[in-house]
Design a protein around this ligand. Structure first.
Ligand SMILES: Cc1cc2nc3c(=O)[nH]c(=O)nc-3n(C[C@H](O)[C@H](O)[C@H](O)COP(=O)(O)OP(=O)(O)OC[C@H]3O[C@@H](n4cnc5c(N)ncnc54)[C@H](O)[C@@H]3O)c2cc1C
Length: 284
């Protein structure tokens, strides 16, 4: 439980962090809230030469809501996302999801950026950012780029982020009037992480689904969008039969993970049940 020796630098600006990272991207780790990285260091699952603390970088902070959308700096902690009243008024799903993450200690330190960059297949935010059709802003030696959240996660603990890049912010388009989101999660009884987590947003027009977006976490190697189920529901009512059919389609979308706690078949069934519950809640 003692990490290997490493050097430590606290970056005061994004430019400085990029410079520090550029020297030896593979031997350097960025430190945000530390609630994933520090246990990994102690277990020697990671042994970087240099730890770059990004916790003081102003450009990575803040929650801003404008006419066009919402910008969340990657250093926003789960607790800040829970507490922000403007964000709650715009997208209550942030408070709802943050309340389901771990305990107050973890929520006070853990950041949305750390969670997304780490890409734990059972983390909660990935499903939410996929359902919100967010874009993730990344900076590296070649400047800024944006990646759609649904294309950001590529495998277990793996994203499109290059070793010399830093996740800067999450950009969410302002939801259209009448669009409501919900997050449902079956927690692992020991860790509290999602065995399956489903984020769904629906907008109804004259009783029929006008817009829908679904993100799933916990079930597979990485978070994914439930496109087939969404396509199926467009233009239809949220009747029990349509909900059942959409939930079934979603549960058949991917090969689910299997482990000692939950088989692939069990996870697929949880997708079906949680999707059904989310859609019934949104229908009412
Ligand atoms: C007991 C416990 C319970 C938990 N339960 C849950 C849960 O129920 N649901 C859930 O979703 N999570 C859970 N977590 C994880 C928690 O939310 C972590 O805080 C989060 O996943 C990582 O955020 P962090 O800021 O601590 O990142 P760190 O630990 O600092 O970093 C994690 C990784 O991301 C990289 N990184 C961090 N920031 C950036 C950036 N801006 N750009 C590029 N790379 C970056 C780091 O280099 C590192 O590789 C739990 C953690 C613990 C310890």
């Amino acid at each position: 439980m003692i990490p290997a020796a490493f050097d430590y630098a606290r970056a005061s600006s994004l430019a400085q962090a990029i410079d520090l990272l550029r020297d030896d991207p593979d031997g350097t780790k960025l430190l945000a809230g530390g609630h994933t990285l520090l246990p990994a260091l102690k277990l020697r699952l990671a042994s970087p030469e240099l730890l770059v603390d990004i916790g003081g970088i102003a450009e990575l902070k803040g929650i801003e809501i404008s006419e066009t959308g919402i910008r969340i700096g990657t250093l926003a902690t789960h607790a800040e996302l829970f507490a922000s009243e403007p964000l709650y008024r715009e997208l209550p799903i942030f408070r709802q999801t943050a309340s389901l993450i771990a305990d107050p200690q973890v929520r006070n330190r853990g950041t949305i950026g750390g969670s997304l960059a780490n890409a734990d297949p059972a983390a909660d935010w990935p499903a939410v950012v996929v359902a919100l059709q967010a874009e993730i802003e990344i900076v590296g030696p070649n400047g800024l780029r944006r990646v759609a959240a649904r294309d950001f996660f590529i495998d277990i603990f793996s994203t499109v982020l290059e070793p010399d890049e830093i996740l800067v912010s999450v950009h969410i388009p302002r939801p259209r009037t009448g669009m409501h989101f919900i997050y449902r999660k079956i927690r692992h009884p020991a860790s509290g992480f999602a065995v399956v987590g489903i984020a769904v947003g629906v907008r109804l027009q004259e009783g029929a689904v006008d817009e829908i977006s679904i993100g799933v976490t916990g079930a597979a190697n990485h978070a994914f969008a439930g496109q087939r189920a969404s396509d199926f529901l467009i233009g239809k009512t949220l009747s029990p039969d349509n909900i059942e059919q959409a939930a079934k389609l979603l549960s058949e979308t991917t090969a689910c993970l299997s482990d000692r706690y939950a088989s692939a078949e069990y996870r697929a069934n949880l997708i079906r049940i949680e999707t059904r519950r989310a859609l019934f809640a949104l229908a009412s």
